[in-house]
Design a protein around this ligand. Structure first.
Ligand SMILES: C[C@H](O)[C@H](O)[C@H]1CNC2=NC(N)=NC(=O)C2=N1
Length: 93
């Protein structure tokens, strides 16, 4: 999958909520009421990521989940990153 141009990235950013673009990746932090809720969502995201064969760089501390998406093989952002971001938005909203 090919790396998106800056203009394509700008267009794609309109379709996702609460993600910021920096360092060739998109990032978000989500807060839950507790660890159990957070890990439940992480499990759901993990199944979607496997399905897409596209995986988040993420970290979790108690009720907070920080996610960065980029396409390692393309060395930047591809449509898959935005596809997964939209799926994550759907799971958390
Ligand atoms: C072999 C397999 O297709 C690759 O390693 C996939 C798996 N998941 C991936 N996830 C992400 N975020 N970027 C990749 O380039 C990537 N590549």
């Amino acid at each position: 999958m090919s790396k998106l141009s800056e203009n394509q990235i700008k267009e794609q950013l309109k379709h996702i909520e609460d993600w910021e673009y920096s360092d060739n990746a998109i990032h978000t932090t989500i807060e839950f009421s507790d660890f159990k809720d957070c890990f439940t969502v992480m499990t759901r995201i993990a199944f979607e990521a496997e399905n897409l064969n596209h995986h988040p760089d993420w970290s979790n501390v108690y009720n907070k989940l920080s996610i960065s998406l980029s396409s390692h093989e393309a060395g930047g952002l591809t449509e898959k990153d935005f596809q997964l971001a939209q799926i994550i938005d759907g799971i958390v909203s």
